[in-house]
Design a protein around this ligand. Structure first.
Ligand code: ZN
Length: 263
């Protein structure tokens, strides 16, 4: 079984000591392509470096997460534009709005989001989006530029049915994480994933976050890593009533199309 992890924060410090082993385990568990998330100026530069040193296996995104939006200035914008021009960078983001944690003021989040939407429009690279508790403002920003933006994926979707329908109506792709493996807070997602057309469904670990809660045996640590992507694939497959291999094939095909992974 082959899998593509469309969102892993491999520049996170928790991977520093055993990075090569993490990649080896990923490959051994069928993950043969990983898109490394860029979530800050420095993190995006580091993600590109990782992609450059693992051609054909690691790819990168370049963006500033809403948590870091208050740091977004002209220099950040110039850097993201430079990084986005690199062939290894396959999407603009992680960008969007997060009113759950509010680590940056709303106005700063909207401003940074709009500037990154402009980068996607100018470069034609797809968007890797994050939204939490900010659905209305998030849609308003996207709808302002609706007919100019390229493909978009709402990563780590954990929302409600109306949010999902709004994204699907706009043609967006959806990224599902190990949130769906959570026997409590993942329940509603199990019903919703059936609504996602298979050619717009993708899976991700969001490592080192969101370790699937249904791993047996339970790891002694809480760090998630790409090797656990099959667990997410299995949970998505069973929720959709599909064979796991079918879900694997469909999500790989979606990811290859979305991120142009075969080019
Ligand atoms: Zn996110």
């Amino acid at each position: 079984m082959e899998l593509v992890d469309i969102g892993a924060n491999l520049t996170h410090e928790s991977f520093r000591s055993d990075f090569d082993a993490v990649l080896e385990r990923a490959r051994a568990h069928g993950v043969d392509k990983i898109v490394v998330t860029g979530a800050s100026a420095g993190g995006s530069r580091a993600a590109l470096e990782l992609a450059r040193s693992h051609p054909g296996f690691l790819f990168a995104t370049a963006g500033v997460h809403p948590h870091h939006a208050h740091e977004y200035d002209d220099a950040t914008d110039a850097l993201l534009r430079e990084l986005s021009a690199a062939p290894e960078v396959r999407a603009v983001g992680e960008t969007g709005l997060d009113y759950f944690r509010n680590f940056s003021p709303h106005a700063a989040q909207v401003a940074a989001f709009e500037r990154q939407l402009a980068i996607a429009i100018d470069t034609g690279k797809p968007l890797f989006l994050h939204q939490r508790d900010a659905h209305a403002d998030f849609l308003a920003c996207l709808d302002n530029v609706r007919d100019r933006i390229p493909r978009a994926v709402v990563h780590c979707f954990t929302g409600e049915r109306d949010e999902l329908v709004a994204y699907l109506d706009r043609g967006f792709y959806i990224g599902i994480t190990g949130w769906i493996c959570d026997e409590r807070r993942g329940q509603h997602l199990r019903k919703l994933v059936k609504l996602i057309p298979s050619d717009r469904l993708m899976i991700e670990t969001d490592a080192p976050y969101l370790l699937p809660r249904d791993l047996h045996p339970k790891p002694s640590h809480r760090r998630n890593e790409p090797m656990y992507l099959a667990q997410v694939c299995g949970a998505v497959a069973s929720a959709r009533g599909d064979d796991i291999h079918e879900t694997a094939r469909a999500t790989v095909a979606s990811a290859e199309t979305f991120f142009s992974l075969n080019l």
